[in-house]
Every structure is written in C-alpha cells, then in structure tokens.
Ligand binder design. Structure first.
Ligand code: GLN
Length: 602
C-alpha cells in the first residue's frame, strides 16, 4: 500500500523534531528518571476513528497529569456540576502544577488541573473503597483508550514514597473541608491514577473520544456523558498547561493536557485527538518536543479553535419549489395546471451537515421572509449529521409560528432527528417518510385553497381519459367493446417488476401506485388517479417491467393489449394512430417534468 501523505507528513515532522534535545526528564518522582529521553511518538486520531502514527507511539509510559481532565469528567458525572463546582473552581491559576493555589476564603483549588484541584477531584469520585474508586477510574480511562489499562506499580510506589508536597496539599484540602475524609486514601488514589500506563496512541484516541462527544470512535463505546464533554474541554483550554496555558491557547488554540511522564493529549473539538510523547520536559513541566510539535501541527493543519477562515457548510444544500419538483401523484389536468401556476407557493429545502444556530439561521430567515408568498415549506433532513437542541427548538418554533397563519413547515426523512424535534414541540403530523409524501400533502393544501372541498379521485368516463382525447362517441364505443374490463382489490398487484407483459392500463375508478422495494420498505415512484393510464413503457418497448404497480383502493380499469392494437389497425387504423399519438403525448409530458426535476436537483 502506498503511504498516505498525512502519514508522510507526520514522519517528516517526527524526524525534524527528533533533533530537539532541549529539556530534562522528570526526576522528582525517582522512577520517572529511568525513561529513555529519546522516546518520541506523534499520533493523530480522527473523530471517525482513523489513526496516523509516527515514532514510538506504542511505548508505554505513565499518564501523570494528562489523567486529570478525565477524572474531572468522571467526578462531574458522579456528583453533578454544582457539587463539583462547590469544591473545585474553573479559573486558570497561572501557577505551576504543584502550586498550592487555593481560594483564600473557601480553600477550593482554583481549577481541577493543578495538583490541588486534581486531588480534590479524586476525592469526589464515587466508590466505597480506594480499590473501587481506582477500579472505576481505570475502567473509565480504558473506555477512552479503547483497551484495558493498568498501573505501573513501580512509578506508583516511587511517587507514593516521595510525594510529600502532594500530601501537604491533601491535608490542606482536608483542613478546608474540601476533602471530607482523612486524605491518605484519596492521595493514594491520585498517585495510582497518575501511574496509569498509556501510550501516545492511547492519548490520541482519548482525545478523539472527547472530540467525538464522549464516544470512543474506534470501539463505539461511550467514555463520558456528552453533557460533560464541553466542561472538560473548557478546563483543558484554560488550565491544561498550567502557567503556560494562556500562551499555549494563543499559539495552538487546542484544549490540551500535559503530564510529567512526557505525554500531551490535545483535542481539536469535533475533529481530532492528538497524542505526543517525549519525556524531556521544559521549565513548566510540559514535554518540550510535545509543545513544539503541537504548535507546528496546529499551524500546518489549521487546527486553531478560533480560526474563522473555514466557515461551516451552509445548512441549505438545495432549495427549490413545486415548479421544478412535484410529488409523484399524477394530477388531473385542472389540478395540474393550478399546481404549475402556483407551484412557487410550495418550497422544498434539503438541509445538510451539522445544524447549529449559525448554519440554520439563514434557513429560518429564508422561510420567514417567504411566509407571505408561500404556503408550505418542506425541510428534508436526510443529509443532516447533527442537530443540536437549540436548532430543534428553533425549527419547532418556526412550525408553530407558521401554523396560525395557515402555513406549514413539514419535515421529511427526519430519521433520527425525529425525536428531538418532537421533544422540542413539533407535532407528529409534520413528519413525512420522504419528499414525495410531503410534496403530495403540500400540493393537496394548495388545491384545497383554490378548490375548497373538491375531491379529485371521482370516477372518470372513457371520454375523460387523456389516452382517448379527441375520440368521438363512436370511437369510444368501439374501444369500450374491445378493451378488457378488469377490477382489482386494495393492495392487489397490477404489474409485477421483472415480468414481461404487454398491457396498458387506464384507470376509471380508484387509484394505483408504482413503487420499487428499497432498504427501508418501498419507495413510491408515482400514484395514479382515475382518468390516467400507465404501463406505456413496457407496452411500447416490450422489455420487462421495472417497478411494481399495486391498487391503493378498489380499482376499475380498462386494459389494452398488443393483440387489440393489431385488431384496431385492421379495423380502424386511424384510431390506432390517434391512440399512439396520445401515448406519445403522455410520455413527453413525463419527460419534461423529469428534466425539470433533474435541473432543479443539479
Ligand atoms: N503525579 C504528578 C504529580 O502530582 C503529576 C504532575 C504532572 O504530570 N504535571 O506531581
């Protein structure tokens, strides 16, 4: 397989930064000093689970402080936002990671990513025993990484034996009542948490999990409730790099967290996770190569959070009207004429991508600007990738704003977005399986406004059928004797796809539908009412039928076969010519309509 240019880019980036030997391996935790200073890995994981790696991406090391945002997420889920905020703030401290930064009055640590805040956060994790807490932390981290993780016991023992400063912080937190129990157990949980073994690849996938709203994109498993992801990313953005956080955000624009083991976990929200590992640290305790690599990655790939050059895709992929796109219900001439003339009063939009306030606002603006000149708006949601709560509420409100004006907003192919729109107050009656049914509903509304109370599906006489236009009474009588009279019950098959038949149908009573089977049932291609004919194509070219036709209700029809046509040729050849002219006219108008629809869809 040829190398992807993305992989080649990472390999080159890796080779260049491998020359950077600045900084020193941490040794205040004695066991960390054994790390090979040359270890160096770079890994990017996309939101859909594709992983690009260069260098030592599978080398285990201890997660250290990169654990802190993940445990913070767990505490939020365990205790709720309010309870956590009472104990730990969310202000950047501007201090070093091991500073004793506590709120002077309350003793609450300024944020959960400095040691004081992380120890307090550890105290909030649910669990009867220290073992249970650690078990839950390991399990959660494992979900983020997509594999079972363990603790490096040597690093743990080494930190536990020397972590006097953290112990002091723990006792201070106890003094202020931020920790409710004697702090020893919580400190051991904290030391264990920091000694969890990960790889650079794990960090990237953990980041991708956060980028993906809390679901690990490789395993599909949820690691954290979506409701807490933005809180976790916020503290990473403002406090993740300690007293370097402001400069970091300014330069890279990526929420991130470093650890003294040499790892950096960075996130481009909604897009990527990045893991970099190199044990030599700068004066802030952040991986020196890691910082430089992230800075370059962010600049090269345009990852900065506040980069406004890449505008989001507009929500409207296509906007058209009934002038160009019609339902497949064939209409009697009078109805068809009216729908053609007033087709612009029925508007169809296809939405796409992520529907958020900024992308959906132009759509709502367009609808409201046309609320006078149009009667019905159809919004197709098939290509929508996400739809947030604010959008669901705005769309439901657009529906209820239009309703008293006698106008409607209909949703077609809403699939999974159906539930949030209903929850936001959209009525079930506004949802349609596809554009065809929504358009038919909208067309019926247009017809009802113009011809109140009129029913269109009343039985037709032969003279009213387009196929027999221009035939005099004698001719019609001849035909009626010759044509086969046939009836079908509701749901009965009139034409079966794949079969060959030489029959052309004219409906006099009831209605019939053309459909093809699709993944989720059947798709209607056309619906016919009395006076209309169908089956012309295979009748003319004699190839097998391409779709099914079934009776919707009780159908009475006339059937024309090739044999009859030959008889007509012998006995009344002018009638045959007339008849075929009418067939050609009917097909021509269908082709015209199909052309207009294609043009609109392009
Ligand atoms: N376990 C380390 C400590 O508390 C974590 C610090 C870090 O990674 N910045 O000192």
């Amino acid at each position: 397989m040829t190398t992807s240019p993305i992989h080649a880019y990472l390999t080159d980036l890796h080779a260049r930064h491998a020359l950077n030997a600045s900084g020193n391996v941490a040794d205040y935790i004695p066991e960390l000093a054994y790390a090979n200073p040359e270890w160096f890995g770079i890994c990017i994981a996309t939101r859909d689970g594709v992983v690009y790696e260069a260098g030592d991406t599978r080398q285990p090391f201890t997660i250290q402080s990169a654990s802190k945002p993940l445990t913070y997420g767990l505490a939020l889920a365990d205790c709720g936002e309010d309870a956590v905020l009472r104990k730990v703030g969310v202000e950047p401290s501007g201090d070093a990671f091991n500073a004793i930064s506590l709120q002077p009055q309350t003793g609450a640590p300024l944020n959960p990513l400095i040691n004081a805040g992380a120890i307090a956060t550890c105290g909030l994790v649910r669990g009867e025993s220290a073992d249970e807490k650690l078990g839950r932390i390991l399990e959660t981290f494992g979900r983020y990484a997509g594999r079972e993780l363990d603790v490096d016991e040597r690093v743990y023992a080494s930190e536990s034996a020397t972590g006097h400063r953290n112990r002091a912080i723990g006792w201070m937190l106890r003094g202020f009542g931020i920790l409710s129990d004697e702090p020893t157990a919580t400190l051991e949980t904290y030391f264990h948490q920091c000694a969890i073994r990960v790889t650079c690849r794990d960090l990237a996938i953990m980041g991708a999990t956060l980028a993906n709203g809390g679901v690990n994109p490789v395993t599909g498993e949820r690691a954290i409730d979506a409701a807490y992801v933005d809180h976790v990313l916020s503290v990473m953005a403002t406090c993740g790099m300690y007293d370097f956080s402001g400069e970091w955000l300014y330069q890279t624009g990526l929420p991130a967290k470093s650890g003294v083991g040499g790892g950096i976990l960075a996130v481009q929200p909604a897009r990527l996770g990045i893991g970099v590992f190199s044990p030599r640290l700068d004066e802030h305790g952040n991986s020196a190569r890691g910082i430089a690599v992230c800075r370059e990655l962010a600049a090269d790939l345009g990852l900065h959070l506040f980069d406004v050059s890449g505008r989001p895709a507009p929500a409207i992929r296509m906007a058209t009207t009934r002038r160009s796109v019609a339902s497949s219900r064939r209409r009697p001439p009078e109805a068809a004429d009216h729908l053609r003339a007033f087709g612009s009063r029925l508007r169809l939009y296809h939405a796409q991508g992520s529907l958020v306030f900024a992308s959906v606002e132009p759509l709502i603006r367009d609808i409201m600007e046309r609320a006078e000149s149009a009667d019905c708006f159809i919004l197709n949601l098939k290509s929508v990738e996400s739809l947030d709560g604010a959008t669901a509420r705005l769309l439901a409100q657009t529906h209820s704003t239009l309703e008293p004006l006698g106008k409607s907003l209909l949703f077609s192919e809403a699939s999974t977005w159906w539930e949030s729109l209903i929850a936001a107050g959209a009525p079930r009656s506004a949802f349609f399986a596809d554009d065809d049914f929504a358009l038919e509903y909208g067309e019926n509304g247009l017809l009802e406004r113009r011809f109140p109370g009129r029913t269109w599906d009343t039985p037709a006489t032969l003279a009213e059928c387009a196929l027999f236009a221009g035939f005099d009474a004698d001719a019609l009588a001849t035909l009626d004797r010759m044509l086969e009279h046939r009836n079908y019950g509701p749901g009965q098959t009139m034409i079966a796809a794949g079969h060959s038949s030489n029959e052309l149908f004219v409906i006099l009573r009831g209605s019939a539908m053309v459909s093809i089977p699709t993944r989720n049932g059947v798709t209607r291609l056309a619906a016919f009412a009395p006076g209309m004919s169908f089956g012309e194509i295979a009748f003319i070219d004699r190839a097998p039928r391409t779709a099914n036709v079934t009776a919707i209700d009780a159908v009475a029809c006339r059937v024309l076969t090739h044999e009859m046509l030959s008889r007509l040729e012998r006995e009344a050849s002018l009638l045959k010519i007339r008849l075929l002219e009418n067939v050609a006219l009917g097909m021509t108008s269908l082709i015209r309509q199909a052309d207009a629809e294609l043009a609109a869809l392009r």
